[in-house]
Design a protein around this ligand. Structure first.
Ligand code: ATP
Length: 521
């Protein structure tokens, strides 16, 4: 008999179950992360769970999986209440989850990973018995992976397939997938989702997939539910609903209108114009070669590229750390010199890579580091060059709180903070005023998930307020997630520019590899 449910474990069906949440509510301190959320996922359906960052999708699936105890609400499995108090209860009921990160043991083979995942995994494997069982399991599956290959030798697509196979091997028939394609190439993503869709249609599994990608939802899903700020704002047939309808449910009518107005206002308004930039390395070799690029207000232009193609030199030029040998930088049509005076005059701010090294004085305090940009302006400085510690500290305390910089005191040296908190402190300093141009280089390198989401959120907020954002990043996912237009830097110049909706990973990859040179700016 199963511990936590009214359904006996031996009655768990091996066919696709239906699942509902009824009035699911989860409160974190002052935040209602889920407010009375009722969703219905039909048996044998492929259902998308949509919502912007922070909408509550992960919280909902964590409540279903028993990672969180909800404050109110219940889960119904095949029409009967299933009380799930831990992931183990969920697993006993046939509910399994594939996470964004892999959970496989890299040094073990695919076969070993499957066998050890069983609750009754043997201490010593009897491969004579296990192998034929695994082969016959694999024969019944719509896709295969190489069973004898160590997981470290599998491609991302194969690993994702193995994660799914693991759930099926454990006889889990309600599969929750958390943005499963974020680690896959478009080809691999289509293959995995297509095969899962076929299984769902055959009634072998029910799938609930968290996704941000409308294309995938339209291509593979039959039902969808949308969350916004913890509430359910819509649900329906993914084939019947249009992308506009779904996105309206995700971001709300007012926000849709505001974004459209903002876009119209900002259209054609070039803020940052890099015109024919040239720069050399220490030995006089050209590293930036006649580079042209324009960034409009309210736009993120992401520069992708294999490292060593001049990106660092470009960032140094823009930060005033490297001289231009030719060309010019213009802001709102006026020449811009990357010096302190012009940074202030044109409201240009920057978030460099390795902020501790490049944007702070490590031994100075958090408060002093945050005050850098404003130290010679009142009210922080009212006696010539002398800083007034009172106002400086007060301002720093406000910013530390607003940007949630975790520090024991504003007087601690900034070098004592974690990477994410240094980044937050630099953001607090750079983004607390009016920003017209924001230059960001590899902003999330080496940071944990929570800091990454927060920092990306801050960048997007500046864009939404109308800043022109130039993002240089080695992380193509980051570029694709944040950019309105994607540019590729290759051999010191911009070799390709396209709106993000008109391009894809493969095309960008080809340009990064220097495959095609059809520059259009
Ligand atoms: N353990 C927690 N403690 C406090 N707040 C939390 C916790 N987990 C999530 N939240 C908050 O709950 C809200 C919903 O977060 P959740 O992660 O569910 O959103 P999401 O839709 O999955 O977003 P994303 O697409 O960014 O993953 C957010 O405001 C988040 O900051």
């Amino acid at each position: 008999m199963n511990l936590a449910t009214e359904i006996p474990a031996d009655a768990v069906p091996l066919r696709a179950p239906s699942l509902e949440t009824v009035g699911m509510t989860k409160i974190f301190g002052p935040l209602v992360a889920l407010d009375d959320v009722s969703i219905k996922v039909k048996s044998g359906s492929f259902h998308a769970l949509l919502g912007e960052n922070g909408a509550g999708k992960s919280t909902l699936v964590k409540c279903i999986m028993g990672f969180y105890t909800s404050d109110r609400g219940s889960v119904m499995l095949d029409g009967q209440e299933a009380r799930i108090r831990s992931p183990r209860d969920a697993r006993d009921l046939g509910i399994g989850m594939v996470y964004q990160h892999f959970t496989l043991v890299p040094c073990l083979t695919a076969a070993e990973n499957l066998v050890i995942s069983r609750a009754d995994a043997p201490a010593i494997f009897d491969w004579k018995k296990e192998k034929p069982r695994l082969e016959s399991f694999m024969d019944r599956m719509p896709f295969r992976v190489r069973l004898n290959e160590p997981v470290s030798g599998l491609s991302a697509g194969e690993k994702q397939k193995l994660e799914i196979l693991k759930l099926l091997y454990l006889e889990q028939r309600f599969l929750i997938l958390d943005e499963p394609t974020s680690v896959l190439t478009p080809g691999e993503a289509d293959e995995v989702l297509g095969l899962l869709g076929d299984m769902a249609r055959r009634g072998e599994v029910t799938v609930l997939m968290i996704s941000h990608k409308f294309r995938e939802v339209k291509a593979f899903c039959d039902g969808f539910t949308v969350l916004r700020r913890g509430r359910m704002t819509g649900a329906g047939d993914a084939q019947a609903a249009s992308v506009e309808e779904m996105s309206r449910m995700m971001i709300g009518d007012t926000e849709v209108r505001e974004r459209a107005e903002r876009r119209k206002r900002n259209e054609a308004q070039t803020v940052l114009d890099l015109a024919g930039l040239c720069a050399e390395d220490g030995e006089g070799r050209p590293v930036v070669k006649a580079l042209n690029l324009k960034v409009k207000a309210g736009e993120v232009v992401g520069i992708a590229g294999v490292s060593g193609n001049g990106q660092s030199a470009l960032v140094e030029v823009l930060a005033g750390q490297k001289e231009l040998t030719d060309g010019g930088i213009f802001i709102h049509g006026k020449p811009f010199e990357p010096k302190r005076r012009d940074f202030d005059r044109f409201k240009v701010f920057g978030l460099p890579e390795e902020p501790l090294k490049n944007a702070t004085v490590p031994r100075m305090s958090v408060a002093e580091n945050i005050a850098f940009r404003s130290y010679d302006k009142p009210p922080i400085a009212n006696m010539g060059w002398w800083l007034s510690p009172g106002p400086m500290r007060k301002k720093a305390e406000e910013l530390i709180e607003r940007y949630r910089v975790k520090t024991t005191s504003p007087d601690s040296p900034i070098e004592a903070l974690s990477g994410g908190n240094v980044q937050r402190a630099v953001l607090a300093r750079e983004l607390s005023g009016d920003v017209d141009v924001l230059i960001v280089a590899n902003p999330c390198f080496g940071l944990d998930f929570a800091s990454v989401a927060e920092i990306r959120g801050q960048i997007m907020e500046q864009r939404n307020r109308g800043a022109a954002v130039l993002l240089v990043s080695e992380d193509l996912d980051e570029i694709l997630e944040l950019s309105d237009r994607v540019a590729v830097m290759s051999g010191g110049t911009i070799s390709y520019v396209a709106p993000v909706e008109d391009t894809d990973r493969n095309t960008i990859g080809q340009h990064m590899a220097g495959g095609q040179h059809t520059a259009e700016h």
